[in-house]
Design a protein. Structure first.
Length: 244
């Protein structure tokens, strides 16, 4: 889980190097006659493991977490239980994550994966350059207090510069920062819809309509309000710009 680029890195490098002969996985115990084939088998096993961890990596080092929480809070603020459906929200978060992370992915491809495939740099150098853009993204969107928290937990000395921050400490600090930022944005989204609920409830109470659920009146008003202010464009635009 230390290196986000490993998933894409192993996928590209393994299949690029094995175009002439497809990989063969042999699980039988036998004498090792072809060490190169054994190394390829181990690499494929590592690749399968990393692919299983890909969803976790997506949540941990990209903009997906903030987007998912904000859209979920928006749905609750409007009083809509299953609209939009979870599939739509997740798909929208994935598309926006690709849009936001595209510059970092391109930088990783141009500086690490492509030179490695062209045999211009070695494996370790490609790995280091490949994770650097994603590390820069996490550092830009991580609060210093959250990063200091995990340094205190592990009782490690403060880094001399930001490049010395290990990925194992940066990842949890980034997640905590994203959770805090997402809930702050969600709170601001809740406020106008909460005001609408209070106003509707007060009007119904003043009219003596105690038996009429306020949500039946406030829900269409909140939907119309969201449409009038072009809510989706407003929220998505500000969310995309909230990432440094």
């Amino acid at each position: 889980m230390k290196y986000i680029i490993l998933v894409l890195f192993f996928t590209v490098s393994l299949f690029a190097q094995q175009q002439d002969a497809p990989p063969v996985i042999n699980l039988s115990v036998a004498a090792l006659e072809q060490p190169a084939q054994f190394v390829k088998t181990i690499n494929i096993a590592i690749l399968l493991t990393l692919l299983a961890l890909a969803p976790t990596l997506l949540l941990m080092v990209t903009s997906f977490t903030r987007l998912m929480i904000v859209f979920s809070l928006l749905r609750q603020a409007m009083g809509l239980q299953q609209t939009p459906p979870n599939q739509i929200i997740i798909s929208m978060c994935l598309v926006l994550t690709i849009f936001i992370m595209e510059p970092y992915a391109k930088k990783s491809w141009n500086e690490a994966i492509k030179p490695y495939m062209d045999e211009q740099i070695g494996y370790e150098e490609a790995l280091e350059k490949g994770i650097k853009p994603f590390k820069e993204f996490m550092i830009k969107n991580t609060r210093e207090a959250d990063l200091a928290l995990f340094y205190r937990i592990k009782k490690e000395e403060n880094p001399k510069n930001i490049e010395d921050v290990p990925t194992t400490l940066l990842m949890p600090a980034f997640i905590v920062s994203e959770l805090k930022t997402a809930f702050e944005i969600g709170f601001l989204i809740f406020l106008p819809f909460l005001v609408i609920d209070i106003i509707v409830a007060s009007i119904l109470m003043s009219l003596g309509m105690m038996m009429l659920p306020p949500v039946m009146i406030s829900l269409p008003i909140k939907i119309i309000f969201f449409i009038v202010i072009d809510g989706w464009a407003l929220i998505i635009g500000n969310l995309a710009q909230s990432f440094k």
